[in-house]
Design a protein around this ligand. Structure first.
Ligand code: TXA
Ligand code: MG
Length: 312
């Protein structure tokens, strides 16, 4: 794929919006770091983010929205969340909140969790893209997996050249540090990732004590283990279903439902969490999953499946 870098202006945002609505991901600056944005309501587009980044596992992503009303359509706000949003949005603060049952966001964005990380960014380029697409945008930092976060368009280019179509260049970002992540579910408010909005600012805005609780930030794939575990036993590498099993198919293995009949790993990644939820909700006592090739996005899919199947 050819990667073009274009200066931030109206025409570039229009092109970026066309690409996003066509299911591509596009690199765009925020006030913190450059993000790799995709339509959060399109699971396959979000799977494309992981493919471009070469991420070995699915971390839950931050959803960017233009307005508080758009945030309320996705997440449930308690009083502390209301105060934080009123004080710091738009800006470098991400709230982890319960996701509404009728949220339009694809399951892959929160990696199957029932919470969602959400923020209103302040940067005019990301704001422009949110308004032009009229979609919530999932966006991790626009770097290859394991590399440091990009604060300039040429950092993005060095890391993702050939993997994405467009980088919107608005010069260096203001903060250069990812947003603070806060979970205001109950006192004490938990600061999951320190960032530009510090603990004192959060305490002042909420009037509540704040604990630095980075252990709850879902950074390392291992920390996610319990979140992926269905309550039913899971058998992997299943070429055929056995009696009492709900078989999740892939490619030649049709199953009770399929991740991708054509064997497309991007489609499979997009459907994975929905498929596990569906299997969990079925009448079958056990779940089995067809073999998934250990290549490309298949590595991340198999990582998640092994966690789902692990003894507990
Ligand atoms: O400044 C930023 O936040 C940048 C710009 C692009 O907005 N984005 C960013 O995204 O840093 P990313 O994907 O690199 O980091 C997202 C972090 C992950 O480390 C994950 O632990 C946390 O957000 N996260 C997302 N959803 C979560 C959830 N439901 N519960 C706990 N942590 C969550
Ligand atoms: Mg990152």
């Amino acid at each position: 794929m050819q990667t073009v870098v274009k200066p931030f202006d109206e025409a570039t945002i229009a092109e970026a919006a066309r690409r996003i609505l066509a299911g591509e991901c596009v690199a765009v600056p925020t006030e913190t770091v450059y993000g790799l944005a995709a339509d959060a309501t399109n699971g396959e587009a979000v799977a494309g983010i992981y493919a471009a980044k070469g991420r070995p596992s699915f971390n839950p992503l931050i959803v960017h929205v233009p307005t508080i009303d758009a945030a309320r359509a996705i997440a449930t706000f308690n009083p502390a969340a209301e105060k934080l949003a009123a004080t710091f949005w738009p800006g470098p603060l991400t709230l982890v909140l319960p996701q509404r049952p009728d949220s339009p966001v694809a399951a892959i964005v929160a990696a199957g969790l029932d919470t969602i990380a959400i923020r209103i960014p302040a940067h005019p380029a990301m704001q422009g893209l949110l308004r032009a697409t009229n979609r919530p945008l999932a966006a991790p930092s626009a770097n290859a997996s394991g590399r440091i976060s990009p604060t300039r368009a040429d950092h993005v280019l060095a890391s993702l050249k050939g993997k994405i179509g467009l980088i919107v260049d608005a010069g260096p970002t203001g903060h250069g540090l990812e947003s603070s992540i806060v979970a205001p579910a109950a006192a004490p408010v938990r600061l999951l990732r320190p960032g530009p909005i510090d603990r004192d600012m959060i305490e002042a805005a909420t009037g509540l004590p704040v604990s630095l609780d980075a252990s709850d930030a879902i950074e390392a794939p291992g920390q996610m283990a319990s979140h992926y575990a269905p309550t039913k036993p899971v058998r992997l590498e299943a070429a055929h279903g056995k009696p009492g099993e709900w078989l999740i198919g892939f490619g030649n293995v049709a199953g009770d439902a399929t991740l991708s009949a054509s064997g497309d790993l991007i489609e499979a990644a997009a459907r994975l969490f929905d498929a596990l939820h569906e299997a969990e909700a079925s009448d079958a006592a056990r779940i089995s999953v067809a073999p998934i090739p250990e290549t490309g996005l298949g590595i991340a899919i198999n990582d998640r499946l092994r966690r789902a199947a692990a003894d507990r």
